[in-house]
Each structure stands twice: as C-alpha cells, then as structure tokens.
Design a protein around this ligand. Sequence first.
Ligand SMILES: Cc1cc2nc3c(=O)[nH]c(=O)nc-3n(C[C@H](O)[C@H](O)[C@H](O)COP(=O)(O)OP(=O)(O)OC[C@H]3O[C@@H](n4cnc5c(N)ncnc54)[C@H](O)[C@@H]3O)c2cc1C
Length: 378
Amino acid sequence: MQTFVTEPVDWPDTAPALREQVRALVAEHGERDPVRRANSWTKAAPQFSRKLGEAGLLGMTWPTEYGGHERSQLERYVVIEELLAAGAPVGAHWIADRQSGPLLLRLGNEELKRRWVPAIARGEAYACIGLSEPGSGSDLASVRTTARRDGDEWIIEGQKVWTTGAHVSHFMIALVRSEAGSERQAGLSQFVIPMDAPGVSVKPIIDLTGAHEFNEVFFEDVRLPASALLGTEGEGWKQATAELSLERSGPERYLSSMVLFLELVRHAQGKDDPVLAQLVGRLAAEAWTLRLMSASVAAKLARGEDPALEATMVKDLGNSYEQAIPQLVQAAVDFGDAEAEVLRAVCFYLLQVSPSFSLRGGTREIIKGIIARGLGLR
Ligand SMILES: Cc1cc2nc3c(=O)[nH]c(=O)nc-3n(C[C@H](O)[C@H](O)[C@H](O)COP(=O)(O)OP(=O)(O)OC[C@H]3O[C@@H](n4cnc5c(N)ncnc54)[C@H](O)[C@@H]3O)c2cc1C
C-alpha cells in the first residue's frame, strides 16, 4: 500500500532572489483591494500577466526554443507560491502556464507549439479548459460535444459549461467525441480551439458574488484544420486525465484563503486575545504542514516521478483547509469591532465563494474515490 511520505525539500540557491523579485513586482503592479486578493488565481489582470512574462516568470521550466526559461520545477514552485501568498491577480495566464502550455509541449504538433507556447510564456496568450458540459461534470466520459471529419477539416458541434475565463482566453483545449457512436472513454479526442474561430460563442454565467468568471461556450459548425487535433485521435481520455494531475498538485489548492489568514494575523496583533492567538497558531501549523506536503509533491515531480496519489491528497486536505479558514474566522472575530472592517469584507467574500473550492478540479467525492483506490481500499 502506498502512503504519503514527506521529505525535506532541497530549495534551490536562487530561491531567495526569486522571492524578492516576485515581491517587488507584486508591490509595484499587484492588486491592492484586499477582497480581490483572496482566491486571486481566478482574477484576470492581463497587464500583470504580461509583466510576469517580461520578467521571465512564466513558462519557467519550458525549453528556450519555445520561449521558456529552462529553470527548475522548484524554482517555478517558489514563484507561484509567492504570487498566491501575496494574492497577486494571476487568473489570466494561470491555466495556460499551469497545464495548457505543458500539454502542448508534450503532445502538440509543431504548428500548435509555435503558435501558442511562446505567447503563453510572454503572458499574452490565455487558455481555458473545456471538459464540463451540461450533464457531464464528474462523469466526464459522458461528453457529447462532437468533432466530425470533413475532408481536411474537423467540424465541432456542442456546448461546454463552467468554463473559467473563456471570455478572456485565446484558446480552449476541449475534450470532445471524435468517433460517432463511440461510448464512455473510447472515441474521445482533444482539440485546440481558437476562441475567435467562427461559430464559437461565449455566454457569461454570473456567480452569486456578482463576478464573471464562468461561462457557457457554444460551438456551431466550428471548422478547424486537421492540425487542431492535440495528440492522438481517440486518446483524449488518457490525455485529459493526465492533465488533471497537473491541475491538482499546486499550492493554489490550499492558498485560496491565505489573504484572510494574513488579515487575521494583522487584526490579532497587539490584542491580548487567547481565542485569536489560538486560531492563528492552529492555522499557521496547518499551513506549514500542507506546504511541506505540497512541496514534497513538487520535489517528486522535479525528479520525474508521478506522485498522482499524493497530489490528490494535497488537493483534498488543502481544499478542507482553505474552506475552513473563513468559517473559523467568522466564529472567532467580533465583526462589530470597527477595526475588523477589512477582515469582515474578505471573510464574507470567502464565505460565499469557498463552497466551490472543493468542486473545481474534481469534487471531493471523486477525489476521495481516487485516494481510496490509490491506497488499495477499493
Ligand atoms: C470554481 C469552479 C471552476 C470550474 N472551472 C471549470 C473549467 O474551467 N472547465 C471545466 O470544464 N469545468 C470547470 N468546472 C466544473 C467542475 O469541474 C465540475 O463542476 C465538477 O467536475 C463537478 O461536476 P458537476 O458540476 O456536473 O457535478 P456532478 O458531477 O453532477 O456531481 C454532483 C454531486 O454528485 C457527486 N458525485 C458525482 N458522481 C459521483 C460518484 N461517481 N460517486 C460519488 N459521488 C459522485 C459529486 O461529487 C457532487 O457532489 C469548474 C467548477 C467550479 C466550481
């Protein structure tokens, strides 16, 4: 039976300088509004993304041939950890830098790689994930959007839903059914769909905080060249599930509420309040443990191992942690206190959005099922 083994992480010598570089950039160009700094990896600010691109902080581990910087996985980890802890508005490029770029480099043909990867590394091209459909969320193998071959072209028809950032994205990597009459995991393929292709339309879904992050995306007779196929026809299921481990392993899975924790520390300072002191201690200890677990996963990835089970555990434990913070703060803080105004605003925002943290990237029940299988329990 495999279990979670943490290990001391050998941080690169360049880490302190990288941390300074990111902190300076965030101080100069980051987001000041404390509410917008919470859950900041969903907040798009293309200008900030371009600044990171100019500073060489996107596509960090990719080959220089495609605009990358050939730095190590742990150097990248240091940068994304700093950005998230500071609540920097990284939403525009986040998906492209985290998973679409690596996927294109691994499976894309030369045309796709040249068209998109250097632009992602410059902070100019953004991507969205086209998995969910009405009726296909957890049960992804039921996708119904189709790709039909017509001579040299593919024709895409159907609909995706809950597509984060589709309205600011330049392309989508979509999982669609490319073999008529196929069922479940068979006959699926991935396509790179430019969002400005004729026949693609995006309709906003406004969430309960009034924010526009989600969308519905419709495909009506969308004609793509043969080169839009990503990887191998019919292998879409395997390709898309490999992509999910990239999606689940990062520190964004426990740092979404970090800005609230930092506001709590600020609020508790100078107050002789044992309840607040105890809460700060508890949240700091848990953050430290999660960071060790998450960094251990990064170290394994850097060695070329595939810690998919550990990554899934970090997502589950991390989601529980970032969902608990707003509830614990609400229970411990007197929001009638005028000094608590900022803390209250951040807390109330997170109370509204945090229920979704354990849905995005795979629901808790599905994640627990994967962990149980990995541990040999089912
Ligand atoms: C903030 C956020 C961002 C998102 N961004 C994107 C995106 O960019 N692109 C994209 O494609 N999708 C995105 N999604 C969609 C997300 O991946 C799906 O919501 C998720 O996979 C669940 O699918 P569903 O909503 O259809 O729920 P369902 O699959 O209908 O599930 C409903 C409930 O039933 C449970 N359930 C379902 N099947 C089982 C089972 N076999 N065993 C036990 N329990 C089960 C689920 O865990 C859940 O609690 C996003 C969602 C959120 C909340």
